[in-house]
Design a protein around this ligand. Sequence first.
Ligand SMILES: C[S@@+](CC[C@H](N)C(=O)[O-])C[C@H]1O[C@@H](n2cnc3c(N)ncnc32)[C@H](O)[C@@H]1O
Length: 241
Amino acid sequence: MNSFQMPDRYQKADFVKDNFGKIASKYDLFNDLSTFFMHRLWKGEMISAIQKRGFKKPVCVDLCCGTGDISLLINKKLLVETVYSIDFSENMLEIAKNRLKNYPLNHIQLGDATNLKDFSDSSVDVVTVGFGLRNVSSLEKSISEIYRILKKDGIFVNLDVGKVRLPVIKWFANFYFFKIVPILGYIISGKQNKMFDYLPVSSLYYPDQDVLKEILENQGFRNVQYKDFVFGNATMHWGMK
Ligand SMILES: C[S@@+](CC[C@H](N)C(=O)[O-])C[C@H]1O[C@@H](n2cnc3c(N)ncnc32)[C@H](O)[C@@H]1O
């Protein structure tokens, strides 16, 4: 399908940091075009899932925040105490900083989603991750860190690619993701790195909807649910500590 060789788990973090850094200025455009703007609706659904919990002045962490679009929605739609926008790519954070400059309750922090050492146990009400967990070097470490920093009854909401189950749709989805999306990426940002070959291949190493649900439950999350978008091309999981 794609001859791209995934970096092993020791090289993955550097590869991801480096290459997201290189495409940072084009990332939002790429996201809009490659999802036909639908990622905006999916991110809106993340906010609705949080709103349903009725938090009063939650402390929120938007992990792998990238250019900060989910953080922006959180600031706009929720009456928060604080929002921490965390990413390990300085270039992505530069764009987030600009996007969030009018939100004084928002703090941008360079940090690693597999080691949230700046956060103490049970200190956060809401953790969001958009298209991030697929990119971390250890899914288990990140999920365990997210669980650790959440307060009891805190919520974790995760949006990422899912697996399409219907065979015909799956064929089209794979064709689009593996053939068209990389071309679109290279048209937008030039073929200066391997990011757009990495993106579809990374989805092959990411658990399907039911397996991710199980991983979250095994970690201790309860009431774990997921919702598929566009036949499972994208999927949102949420669960409570
Ligand atoms: C696909 S972007 C997602 C950006 C944004 N959340 C969104 O939904 O569009 C993935 C982001 O995760 C960041 N990232 C990947 N692994 C990370 C890690 N271990 N710690 C912090 N950030 C990480 C990358 O730098 C990149 O900005």
